[in-house]
Design a binder for this molecule. Structure first.
Ligand SMILES: [Zn+2]
Length: 195
């Protein structure tokens, strides 16, 4: 995985921040829920100086950094900050979709959080509520979103709905992949798998 460092200003406290961004995402393993193990693609960052959380991809990226600038690494926000941000009504549908997908992935792929999801009742409820909201948010008019919607339904154990959506799918993904989802759904398998 190749990394490139980008720097930008914190929109809250104006300190110069830097972050490693992957420039070769295709090499990382991909999963059926759309997750890639490349953590460097996270768009949500936390400023370690003021602790505010924000999307950095809409900000102006500085091409070169003045060596006199204080330049600190961004930190990865905790899952509670994702939930907190979802209460923000200014979010675009696309940003909301991103946050809800990331919360789903944390339960599926993060070993520490998985334990938390399994063992903490309140957290698990919140996580499942998020998954329901994600399912509603995913549109049947967009082929990629519809495939993901099918995958969320399989994950929730709704086999019939999953297969119904797969039948409608006319996108360009490898037919083998779609067939595998269908097969797993029929067997009642709700596990996310590596493609
Ligand atoms: Zn800041």
């Amino acid at each position: 995985m190749q990394l490139q460092t980008v720097s930008f200003e914190c929109p809250f406290c104006c300190v110069t921040l830097k972050k490693g961004v992957s420039i070769n995402i295709a090499e990382s393993p991909q999963f059926s829920d759309g997750f890639s193990s490349d953590s460097a693609i996270h768009r949500l960052v936390q400023c370690p100086v003021c602790n505010e959380v924000f999307f950095y991809d809409g900000l102006e990226i500085k091409s070169s950094t003045d060596p006199n600038d204080i330049c600190v690494n961004t930190i990865e926000p905790g899952i509670d900050r994702y939930f907190e941000l979802l209460k923000n009504t200014d979010l675009s549908d696309e940003q909301q979709l991103y946050l809800r997908k990331e919360i789903w992935y944390m339960g599926n792929h993060h070993p520490d959080v998985s334990d938390e999801v399994l063992n903490n009742y309140d957290f698990k409820t919140q996580w499942l509520d998020n998954l329901e909201a994600l399912e509603k948010l995913l549109s049947e008019d967009d082929q990629e979103q519809m495939l993901l919607k099918a995958e969320v339904n399989r994950h929730l154990g709704r086999t019939t709905r999953c297969i119904e959506l797969l039948d409608l799918y006319k996108g360009e993904r490898d037919p083998k992949f779609v067939k595998t989802i269908r097969k797993k759904a029929r067997k009642g398998n709700t596990e996310v798998f590596e493609i």
